[in-house]
Design a binder for this molecule. Structure first.
Ligand code: AOF
Ligand code: ZN
Length: 363
């Protein structure tokens, strides 16, 4: 049903969509190419929530040439009035005769209704071309829409023997400059960076995007059950910090809020922060992709709770030895079915380090 030429145009639409990698959230990254008489007559990509969708920009560029054209769109054209009017209506009004869609929009406000609208108008619609790539590009948007939590990606820098810090906590500079720069891109595309209070206390980490230009800083999220966050923490010198606590301490909360931070109390009943509730809350705040940058305690807790979706591992060519700290405190597993099973995604060398991306197989 799809020709080789269809694939060429959809690949181009996907490349356009990728331009929104750092800006579109909470919206998905979407690209569109309009083709008439085997020529591209218009193209567009969604840049920012509140601004026009990919299809509308492509139609603006094509003008009258969209009449009789085929539209290649990486996500089902929307059918709802959100911040902008429905793209399905715009495609119908422009006289497009065929629409090739990579993947259906998981947003319940759309969810097939865009395609239905196009079909009802007599447009030939085909869905599923390069679906896997289109989903992957918006993996966080799909996670948030389909299960109500963001895509959780945990970054861990370690030695080749899987150690992240010496037993005494010394951990800085395990991986090299190139790996650290690479992390900046993953931070920049994430809606939020999540860490534990121990990392803030140990490193006075800021967790913002510094070494590359970005139009948008991720929300910095700290899990701080007992509200130990110092008011002098460097992180608090910029806004955009959200602290999850397990205790209601009105004085400390007021002092933190005065710095511009937000505090939300979500206790789990055992003196800790309720991790699944945190993720649901972040999704409600529009977070698609969340990057965890923390120590082995929080990584272990998230992995044990089955909340980590993907690991971004940077491995330096060093051994730190058995006494050094591991990547994630999982406790002792006594049965093999308790193990965490991973699926290889990508392996490459970054500078002098190895970057391994694996997805967690949720059973
Ligand atoms: C499209 N084309 O380029 C994008 C779509 O508030 P709005 O108006 O920006 O609508 C946001 C929703 O529209 C978003 O949640 C998703 O369902 C869809 N995104 N749809 O037809 C696009 N970005
Ligand atoms: Zn739209």
């Amino acid at each position: 049903m799809f020709s080789a030429q269809d694939s060429v145009y959809m690949a181009q639409a996907l490349r356009l969509a990728e331009r929104g990698l750092y800006t579109t959230s909470p919206n998905p990254r979407v690209g569109c190419v309009l083709v008439a008489d085997e020529k591209i007559v218009g193209s567009g990509w969604h840049e920012r929530a509140g601004e026009p969708h990919a299809e509308v920009l492509a139609l603006r560029e094509s003008g009258m040439a969209a009449g009789g054209a085929t539209a290649f769109v990486t996500l089902e054209p929307c059918s709802h009035h959100g911040r902008t009017p429905p793209c399905a209506d715009a495609l119908i009004a422009a006289g497009v005769v065929r629409v090739v869609v990579a993947v259906q929009d998981p947003n319940p406000q759309v969810a097939g209704q865009g395609i239905a609208k196009l079909c009802a108008a007599g447009i030939q619609v085909e869905c599923g071309l390069m679906e896997a790539a289109a989903r992957e590009l918006n993996i966080g948007f799909f996670a948030r829409m389909e299960r109500g939590t963001p895509w959780l990606r945990s970054k861990i820098a370690a030695s080749l023997d899987g150690r992240t810090a010496l037993a005494n906590g010394v951990s800085q500079w395990i991986t090299g400059d190139a790996a650290r720069l690479d992390v900046q891109y993953w931070r920049a595309r994430s809606c939020a960076v999540l860490t534990g209070i121990d990392t803030v206390l140990a490193d006075d980490a800021r967790l913002n995007v510094r070494e590359i230009e970005t139009a948008r800083q991720p929300l910095r999220v700290v899990l701080d059950s007992q509200l130990r966050m110092p008011l002098t923490a460097r992180m608090l010198s910029e806004k955009n910090v959200l602290i999850y606590a397990a205790v209601r301490d009105p004085e400390k909360i007021a002092a933190l809020e005065k710095t511009g931070a937000s505090v939300s109390v979500l206790p789990d009943g055992n003196g800790k922060v309720d991790l699944p509730a945190v993720l649901r809350d972040l999704a409600q705040r529009g977070c698609n992709e969340v990057l965890v940058e923390s120590g082995s305690t929080l990584n272990g807790a998230l992995l044990r709770a089955g909340l980590v979706d993907e690991l971004l591992l940077y491995l330096a060519p060093q051994f730190l030895g058995d006494a050094a700290r591991g990547m994630a405190q999982l406790g002792e597993l006594t049965k093999l079915d308790q193990r965490i099973v991973l699926k290889w995604q990508d392996v490459r060398q970054i500078g002098n380090d190895l970057r391994i991306m694996v997805k967690v197989e949720h059973v």
